[in-house]
Design a protein. Structure first.
Lengths: 304, 463
């Protein structure tokens, strides 16, 4: 059978193909990326979108959690101070209640407890980056204020019962705050400010109504226990946040390595392919040089 | 005797013509036709009367050429479509994960936008975090609307190309009609040689442009229809394609009927351009539109239902919209933009809650994991979109590779038959030269015999 006399054109076509392969492989090697276009690996490109999505979410959670940890720690240390202040108030009240003090000592204890009341109120109005952290959702203004127009004085809460949560990438929620009314002015005998105000009133005159004062002191103890319980919520959040951050950054490391494996060009394989292509190219060029030489032309054999 | 010399001379001319046209595109190798002259019978003895050269025959296989044309139509359709799709995929280059490569990647934009709400959960009143929401929103809307604008301009460019192809088709069909007339009048019974070469050359060019069927008619005429059956050339008559604007794109008409959709599936460059223009790009655009529409409306609605930093909750009259609220899905991607200018208007707090509340920021961040875009989460939707687009392109790529291989094969077969092989020509030339020499040698011998006869054995002046 006759052959296609234009075989050189076909060979040059193959040479072009080999060179284009080489170019693609070289660009993979130099960029280090194997999926350079959607069509080179459609499924990989789609998986890459999801992996990056997850990685970025994890990254964002890690930076959020460091922001939030600061706030939780400020809240926790404020409550820690509240506990020690209240403990001190209880020991003062217990001393005043044992009936051995003169009226000026009782008054002085009353003044000290009143000072503790101010201190606790300041702690309850703690702010973090300009936001009052025990105000529920009403973080723009101080939530607690005390009026001494009446006796005993009245401390009012102007915040609300709003609780904020930080949602983790896996959907779990971590509580970020405990509203002030839940900590300091809980229902019944769990009201720190009511107990403190009553004690201030009990000792203000210097004469102690022992049974009333003892019952108010007991109320303060109950309230103190309640504050400690509420503090546990914040401590729990700090612990959970820290372990969640660890888990998320582990996940992020794994996802990043998966994503790198997906997208990264395997230098060994690509180099081997490149070298194969180069050999092919040399072979083709040799063949073309042989076939293209004019000594293969029958016309050149014809003697004039 | 001189007949043999003439015939050999004519055969040598055919060879010379072949060699001269060895590189002429569309030229078909010709071989000399030999005819034995009628024998002369004298006294019952039959004597041969030499040979005549009656012309040359082109080495042509019409069936093979038609198959080549048909395969060429498929291959040029898919390679045109592939080129258009490669422009489309350049807009959605996969993000390798490094910070420099994330620029312009819609998938990363979506994630970063919703992540900015997650960060806002941590500190809902923080101005920097609020500002970040607006800046990620404008990156997202900017990248989506840029992609949509690029797709639209690619579509417009394809539209232009298609119109250009229609004009080329018209000039080729006119040329073919004229050639038909010439061929029918000059060689109704046989191969028309160089005219036929021209006709095949035109048919091959036409096959690059548009999908056609060929029907041979009487007297060596030819009718050409589109693949779906509309007549382009009927022997000496050609029907011109016309163009007109329908729904913002150029449609192609033949004899008043809109045949755009038939042409799109018909093959040739025109088929490729029309498929990319009317199917592939609109598909990509409608996915982007859906994404833009659903993100815009869901985020707007959620933001509108919360309380912003000023304590305001959105109303119908004064909505708290982050994105330009689209009215319909179509065109949403191109029209996507951020309308909110004051970051305080981001409603991080729930309706009626204090400004320090973050429940609406949580809900806004939660939209990322909700099936708000066509029953999928935004990231899943985008991931599926790029997978589908990539799969389509990869499919067209393999189709094109296979079709090109088949074209190359048919081309090789056709070349083997019809192309000028210089070695063959050299050998034929030598053969005819020898034959010519042999014939002239006969003359020399006859001359010697005649001289001997005239001189009757004596050396005289006649030699």
């Amino acid at each position: 059978m006759r052959v296609d006399p234009n075989y050189l054109t076909t060979l040059v076509g193959s040479l072009d193909q080999v060179q284009s392969n080489e170019q693609q492989l070289t660009s993979e090697l130099s960029s280090g990326v194997s999926i350079t276009s959607l069509s080179s690996n459609p499924v990989g490109a789609g998986a890459n979108v999801l992996l990056l999505n997850q990685i970025q979410q994890d990254d964002s959670f890690t930076s959020s959690s460091s922001l939030v940890t600061g706030q939780l720690q400020v809240g926790d240390s404020a409550l820690g101070s509240v506990v020690s202040q209240l403990t001190q108030a209880i020991s003062l009240a217990t001393r005043a209640n044992n009936g051995t003090m003169n009226s000026s000592d009782v008054k002085s204890i009353g003044n000290q407890i009143s000072g503790i009341l101010d201190e606790v109120q300041t702690l309850a109005n703690t702010s973090y980056q300009g936001q009052y952290i025990f105000a529920g959702g009403q973080t723009s203004s101080a939530p607690f204020s005390t009026s001494v127009a009446t006796s005993p004085g009245v401390t009012t809460y102007s915040g609300d019962s709003d609780i904020n949560y930080l949602e983790m990438p896996n959907g779990q929620k971590i509580q970020l705050n405990v509203p002030g009314n839940q900590i300091f002015s809980g229902s019944g005998s769990n009201n720190v400010f009511a107990a403190l105000n009553s004690l201030v009133a009990d000792y203000s005159s210097g004469i102690v109504n022992t049974s009333q004062a003892v019952s108010d002191t007991t109320a303060l103890s109950t309230a103190l226990n309640y504050v400690s319980q509420q503090r546990v919520t914040l401590d729990n959040s700090i612990t959970r946040l820290s372990s969640a951050t660890d888990a998320v950054s582990n996940e992020q490391t794994q996802l990043t390595s998966a994503q790198t494996n997906l997208m990264q060009a395997d230098v060994g394989t690509v180099s081997t392919q490149l070298s194969l292509n180069e050999t092919q190219q040399t072979a083709l060029e040799d063949v073309i040089a042989q076939l293209g030489s004019s000594s293969n032309d029958l016309f050149s054999k014809i003697q004039g | 005797m001189s007949g043999a010399l003439d015939a050999d001379q004519a055969a040598l001319n055919v060879v010379a013509n072949n060699v001269a046209n060895a590189n002429t595109s569309g030229y078909t190798e010709e071989t000399p036709d030999w005819q034995q002259n009628a024998a002369i019978t004298v006294n019952g003895v039959s004597t041969g009367d030499g040979v005549s050269e009656t012309g040359a025959t082109s080495q042509r296989d019409r069936v093979l050429e038609e198959r080549l044309d048909q395969q060429q139509q498929l291959a040029s359709s898919s390679s045109t479509r592939l080129a258009a799709l490669q422009d489309v995929q350049a807009l959605f280059t996969p993000d390798s994960g490094s910070s420099s490569s994330t620029a312009g990647d819609i998938g990363s934009d979506i994630t970063k936008f919703f992540d900015s709400f997650s960060s806002l959960e941590a500190n809902p009143t923080n101005d920097a975090l609020r500002q970040d929401v607006l800046s990620t929103a404008s990156t997202l809307s900017g990248d989506i609307s840029n992609a949509a604008a690029s797709l639209n301009s690619q579509r417009a460019a394809l539209d232009q190309e298609a119109t250009g192809v229609a004009t080329q088709v018209n000039s080729l069909t006119s040329a073919l009609a004229q050639l038909n007339q010439q061929i029918q009048s000059t060689s109704p019974d046989g191969d028309a040689g160089t005219l036929e070469d021209q006709r095949q050359q035109d048919l091959s060019q036409l096959s690059q442009l548009i999908g056609i069927n060929q029907v041979t008619t009487e007297n060596n005429g030819l009718s050409i229809t589109t693949t779906s059956g509309q007549t382009l050339v009927s022997e000496g008559q050609s029907n011109q394609l016309t163009t007109g604007t329908v729904n913002g794109v150029t449609d192609i008409f033949l004899g008043g009927a809109d045949i755009t959709s038939q042409l799109a599936s018909g093959g040739g460059q025109l088929g490729g351009y029309l498929t990319a223009r009317d199917t592939d790009i609109p598909n990509a655009l409608s996915s982007l539109d859906q994404l833009a529409y659903d993100i815009s409306t869901s985020v707007n609605a959620q933001n509108n239902s919360g309380t912003d930093l000023n304590g305001t909750t959105g109303t119908v009259a004064n909505p708290l919209y982050i994105f330009n609220e689209p009215t319909q899905v179509s065109g949403s991607a191109a029209g996507m933009s951020v309308v909110m200018t004051d970051p305080d208007q981001i409603a991080a707090a729930g309706a009626g809650d204090g400004t320090g509340d973050n429940s609406n920021a949580t809900a806004l961040a939660g939209l990322a994991s909700q099936t708000i875009v066509s029953g999928q989460t935004p990231a899943n939707f985008y991931s599926n979109f790029v997978t589908e687009l990539g799969a389509t392109i990869s499919g067209v790529q393999s189709e094109n590779t296979a079709q090109n291989a088949s074209v190359t094969q048919l081309q090789t077969q056709n070349n083997a038959l019809s192309s000028v092989n210089l070695n063959d020509e050299a050998s034929a030339m030598t053969t005819f030269e020898r034959s010519y020499q042999a014939a002239s040698q006969v003359f020399t011998m006859l001359n010697t015999i005649m001289a001997s006869a005239l001189n009757l054995g004596e050396q005289t002046t006649v030699s």
